[in-house]
Write a protein that binds this ligand. Structure first.
Ligand SMILES: *[C@@H]1O[C@H](CO)[C@@H](O)[C@H](O)[C@H]1NC(C)=O
Ligand SMILES: *[C@@H]1O[C@H](CO)[C@@H](O)[C@H](O)[C@H]1NC(C)=O
Length: 224
């Protein structure tokens, strides 16, 4: 009886953990190279190409060595290599980005990835990075990073990187999803389409309504 209880508790815990810790579904074959869904049909991920028609092109993406233009309002540019660029990543639970930052002040603004933890490697420059833990602590954890330094941004948490050096900065990051998703906080809150009722934002952010109106009129650049 005790043994049965133990097994039951174990099964329930295993079930709970599989429900709690979201990650991309595990593949049930070697790979499932993505093809575009036909109109009106959606699956959790993408349809698989016939394995016989798959080639090395499906697993390949060139050019991440090329610096990107950072002349934009935030001074940074993210170049993704996820399932949208590499169909062979479908179901594999992993992707990559290159991030370029303009000299002093290039910012990857506060954002979250709803589906991925991120592990960032600095290749060039000096970045002040950080993330904020969830309620109620909302603790800010920050570090200044130099070339060769690695930093982790846990899944779902708001994080940022800021170039505090006098030269360009470059980082690469691995993400634990084929399709990590990005929510830039400013863009989502003040730049949504259609706009959020200003009364909501006035109260939520304890701002004067004129400030909310001002913020909602800004152009919220998407660096992704
Ligand atoms: C899916 O369609 C889009 C738009 O037509 C195209 O840019 C993309 O390369 C296609 N992806 C695949 C995996 O075929
Ligand atoms: C970078 O982008 C800016 C703004 O679009 C443009 O004026 C500038 O010529 C670009 N620089 C390069 C090197 O392409």
């Amino acid at each position: 009886m005790e043994g049965l209880k133990f097994v039951l508790v174990f099964v329930l815990l295993a079930l709970a953990s599989s429900l709690t810790f979201a990650s991309d579904p595990s593949p049930l074959q070697d790979f499932c190279v993505a093809i575009n869904e036909t109109d009106g049909v959606f699956v959790n991920g993408k349809f698989c190409k016939d394995p016989k028609l798959v080639s090395e092109k499906d697993f390949f993406f060139p050019g991440l060595n090329i610096p990107r233009n950072t002349s934009n309002p935030v001074g940074s540019t993210v170049t993704p290599a996820n399932v949208a660029q590499i169909p062979g990543l479908n179901t594999l639970g992993i992707s990559l980005v290159r991030i370029d930052y303009a000299p002093y002040g290039g910012l990857n603004p506060p954002h979250t990835h709803p589906r991925a933890t991120e592990v960032l490697l600095v290749m060039e420059g000096t970045l002040y990075v950080g993330f904020v833990t969830s309620n109620p602590e909302n603790r800010l954890i920050t570090k200044v990073l130099n070339p060769g330094d690695v930093f982790v941004f846990p899944v779902g948490l708001i994080h940022f990187q800021f170039n505090v050096g006098e030269a360009n900065a470059v980082a690469f990051a691995g993400l634990s999803s084929q399709n990590p998703g990005v929510i830039i906080i400013g863009n989502a809150v003040f730049g949504s389409e259609p706009p959020i009722n200003p009364d909501v934002l006035t109260k939520a952010f304890q701002l004067d309504k004129s400030v909310v109106n001002f913020l909602q009129k800004q152009f919220w650049w998407d660096n992704n």
